[in-house]
Ligand binder design. Structure first.
Ligand code: GCB
Length: 608
């Protein structure tokens, strides 16, 4: 099993960041290996890691490049690491990678948003520089997550054609590490919590690759040991527990050690763990048995110049803005984010709906529009569907293994806007939903974001969701502008139809929004103006507030973001509450006023 543990330095572990400038070269003919590029690139430029390569370039062919491309870096491996296991740890390589060290193939990975390790112990030279060459590829297909297609232009150039609405940024978007792990090592651990009066009972399980015993110690914020247990599997009882609460986090320091007969520590790993429970009960989402109303955003990892890179400065600004506006949650649309984001969400007490990159599961360049018109594409009936399912399962397994211990993660989003109008979707959904259930020791609620034509009378798959999550654009893609009163009626009709189903489940809105030019004012309002964004939002809020089973609102999007160019997008999607540079549009003040005044337990018996 590949260990998903986040790399740390401890008494037994070493990790060195390889971020910085790497060599980079496009491989248009895809024959880099024949040319010996697994040993050395022949005409590289330098490029920063982490970052998407696209927006550094000033020529369009490079920015839009579709195909194979390579990275190269020399790295020193110290002598004193000999005898341990040495890994390269890629936090993400978008969308696929084959890794060579000193010319040898040491690992491959499909999927651009989750980490993987390459064991390089057998090919490294100690006390010397070693060469890493990474062959990557950014092509979309019907079996890639996210899904899309590659077109060939008449001039012979390949072009990515995504079935989704964000720019297909690629490259080494997240940090790369060189790690040194002892031979007998902790590979994985998981925790799940129960509250018993004032105390917490935490079930834990540690996976190692050896026979020696394990000890788990838990420390509070002041460094006091509050629980301890010996064994790879056991129970930790924490008296007078300080629970992790929404926007009021508390983290315990968990230290896991393997020790031998002489009490010598063979491996040490630690993590910050919030203790809370999460559950869906009737129409409520409960955190520590208390109902919570979600206020927040669908987001993207997207910023100027560096694209889909994990940008620590932008992350900090985003959290400050989310706190300022009174949000308590976000969805990692449309792919798993960098691990640091979950760590900060743990610290700040944000609730995260963690989404796997199953997006574009409807064959359309503008599915946000086509879905409203009822287009059908028989997505789950393709010959390639079984391979897609395998890739989806792999990504979901990696996601849950990576994120299962985060207190902030309160639900898994297993698809964004799949085509659910055909029976063929049902067995596929069954497998994915069952797998999430089986993999998650905390048994979190599962959901998927439903596209406009997944309606009460057409959707064949809503029964799988523990939380019904709707992406709805009444007043934008349907009945925009002066027709907004009709849009409101249609919206109500749909909500009444959901109500009549008596599902006894919480509903949340995972998307609603109106494209808005941050500099455009118009009296009276017109679509794209700041005035219209407000009008649109007031209408949405009226609907949300009139249904007691609506338990959350996550507006699309936190910030403006880059998309493929086209007639529907003016330099990207402009539905941001903030601009791409993270400055507020007028709507931000309206939301701040609403969210600061909505109680955390809005619409519960105590909070309505
Ligand atoms: C959607 C998609 C999202 C798009 C959004 C839009 O339904 O889930 O990726 O960006 O609509 O703005 O059209």
């Amino acid at each position: 099993m590949d260990s998903m543990l986040y790399p740390i330095n401890s008494i037994s572990r070493r990790c060195v960041s390889l971020d910085g400038l790497w060599k980079f070269q496009f491989d248009e003919d895809g024959d880099g290996v024949d040319k010996g590029w697994n040993f050395e690139l022949d005409n590289p430029i330098e490029i920063p890691v982490p970052a998407s390569f696209n927006d550094f370039f000033v020529d369009k062919e490079s920015r839009e490049y579709c195909g194979d491309f390579w990275y190269e870096k020399d790295v020193f491996v110290p002598q004193e690491w000999q005898g341990n296991d040495i890994f390269l740890r890629f936090s993400a390589a978008t969308h696929r990678a084959i890794v060579y060290v000193n010319g040898y193939n040491v690992g491959e990975h499909e999927g651009g948003f989750l980490p993987f390790n390459c064991d390089i112990s057998n090919v490294v030279y100690y006390n010397q520089y070693n060469r890493i060459c990474v062959k990557m590829n950014n092509e979309l297909s019907h079996i890639s997550l996210p899904a899309g297609n590659v077109k060939t232009l008449t001039n012979g150039k390949k072009m990515n054609a995504p079935y989704f609405d964000f720019f297909n940024y690629a490259g080494l978007n997240r940090s790369v590490y060189l790690t040194c792990i002892p031979k007998e090592a902790i590979l994985d651990f998981s925790v799940s919590h129960h509250i018993n009066g004032c105390d917490a009972i935490t079930d834990y399980e540690v996976t190692t690759n050896g026979e020696h015993n394990v000890i788990v110690n838990v420390f509070d914020n002041d460094g006091n040991k509050v629980a301890s247990s010996i064994g790879k599997k056991g129970v930790l009882e924490i008296k007078d527990v300080h629970l992790w609460q929404v926007r009021n986090a508390y983290l315990y320091h968990f230290v896991i050690m393997i020790f031998d007969e002489n009490e010598v520590i063979l491996d040490e790993y630690f993590d910050e763990i919030g203790i809370r429970t999460v559950e869906v009960k009737n129409e409520d989402i409960l955190i520590n048995n208390e109902p919570v109303y979600l206020k927040g955003f669908g987001k993207h990892e997207d910023s100027d110049v560096v694209g889909r890179d994990f940008n620590i400065g932008v992350m900090k600004r985003d959290f400050e803005l989310m706190k300022w506006i009174g949000a308590n949650s976000f969805r990692t649309a449309h792919y798993p984010y960098d691990e640091t984001i979950y760590k900060i969400a743990d610290k700040e007490g944000f609730l995260v709906i963690d989404e796997v990159s199953a997006v574009g599961f409807m064959e359309s360049m503008m599915n946000f529009l086509d879905a409203s018109s009822g287009k059908k594409t028989a997505w789950f009936k393709k010959e390639s569907t079984p391979q897609l399912l395998e890739n989806h399962k792999q990504a979901l397994t990696e996601l849950i293994n990576r994120d299962k211990n985060h207190a902030c993660v309160i639900a898994w989003s297993l698809f964004n806007e799949p085509e659910t109008t055909d029976e063929a979707a049902i067995p596929y959904f069954q497998e994915i939903f069952d797998l999430a259930h089986q993999l998650d020791p905390q048994n979190r609620p599962r959901t998927f974001a439903m596209i406009m034509n997944s309606r009460p009378e057409t959707c064949k798959c809503y029964q799988f969701a523990d939380i019904i999550a709707l992406n709805r654009y009444y007043g934008w893609y349907i009945g925009g502008g002066y027709e907004i009163s009709d849009a409101k009626m249609m919206f109500k009709q749909e909500m009444e139809a959901w109500k009549d189903k008596h599902l006894n489940k919480p509903f949340i809105f995972t998307e609603y929004g109106a494209d808005t030019d941050g500099s455009l004012h118009k009296l009276p309002s017109a679509m794209w103006s700041q005035e219209y964004q407000k009008e649109y939002l007031n209408m949405q809020h009226e609907i949300f507030d009139s249904y007691s089973f609506v338990k959350g609102e996550q507006i699309w999007n936190f910030a403006d973001f880059q998309t493929t160019e086209g007639i529907m997008r003016v330099n990207g999607n402009k539905k941001g509450v903030f601009t791409r540079q993270r400055q507020p549009k007028d709507i931000a003040y309206l939301l701040k006023n609403r969210w600061e005044n909505l109680p955390q337990n809005y619409k519960s018996k105590q909070g309505s």
